[in-house]
Design a protein around this ligand. Structure first.
Ligand SMILES: Cc1cc2nc3c(=O)[nH]c(=O)nc-3n(C[C@H](O)[C@H](O)[C@H](O)COP(=O)(O)OP(=O)(O)OC[C@H]3O[C@@H](n4cnc5c(N)ncnc54)[C@H](O)[C@@H]3O)c2cc1C
Length: 209
């Protein structure tokens, strides 16, 4: 038997299914990275980031990326994705034009992964609503604020970070820890409501005739 203060579902695209939630409109965005071998690119001393990025890795490889393709489930590396990455880097760093024009884009190394996003492009971080309890009380909850919603006791989510997981994850974890411990939140209430996993339920309830 496990005894815990809370359960946090952090399984990206599968979070809604695991938590049994209906009001979690997540989608998948394919992202392809391109790796340029040492010695094949102009030397850059530090990461350059703008509309795309070029990052010098420790072994001399240059990492470039990334494509942004909605609902494309293809896990294989695609030449078109490599071309797109090289074009984007060349826009930032014209010295890469030679690489863009001469690279055999069909054979470049890289990686494909999938971002999990919501329809409003904000992450889902915080305590889940009790959707079944809300469904039994729709008339009263039609004009409810997120704070008024019935919540699933001890059940939290942290997913749909989109392209910002690395920068947002620690703050998201701090928010959930504060909610579990009943401590002051590290974010103002408006922002917490913007990333509340129950916000799509609140919006659906407001449409109830
Ligand atoms: C191409 C690309 C570029 C990116 N660039 C950036 C960037 O520059 N800056 C930035 O901040 N972020 C970036 N991100 C986003 C960042 O990587 C993600 O936001 C972050 O990984 C999301 O973390 P997560 O834990 O929510 O999801 P994931 O990292 O997808 O982790 C979900 C985990 O749940 C597991 N899982 C799924 N289903 C189940 C199940 N049924 N049971 C058990 N486990 C399960 C998976 O195996 C996985 O380990 C990028 C993402 C991609 C794809």
């Amino acid at each position: 038997m496990i005894d815990a203060a809370g359960l946090i579902v952090a399984s990206a695209h599968d979070a809604a299914r695991i938590a049994g939630l209906q009001y979690t409109p997540t989608r998948s965005i394919r992202g392809q990275l391109t790796l340029l071998s040492p010695g094949t690119t102009p030397s850059i001393a530090m990461p350059v980031i703008g509309d795309g990025y070029a990052v010098p890795l420790i072994d001399g490889t240059t990492l470039t990326g990334a494509t942004y393709e909605l609902d494309n489930p293809d896990t294989s590396l695609r030449a078109a994705g490599n071309r797109e990455n090289l074009e984007r880097v060349t826009q930032m760093l014209p010295a890469f034009a030679g690489v863009r024009d001469s690279a055999a884009t069909e054979t470049l190394a890289g990686r494909v992964a999938f971002r999990c996003v919501t329809s409003d492009r904000m992450p889902m971080i915080g305590q889940f609503a009790d959707e079944a309890a809300a469904a039994r009380d729709t008339q009263r909850l039609r004009s409810a604020w997120p704070l008024d919603l019935p919540r699933s006791e001890s059940l939290y989510g942290a997913f749909a970070y989109g392209s910002r997981g690395l920068v947002w994850a620690a703050l998201g974890a701090e928010l959930i820890a504060s909610q579990i411990e009943g401590e002051p939140w590290p974010l103002e209430r408006d922002l917490v409501e913007d990333i509340d996993p129950a916000r799509f339920l609140v919006r659906a309830l407001r449409q109830v005739p």
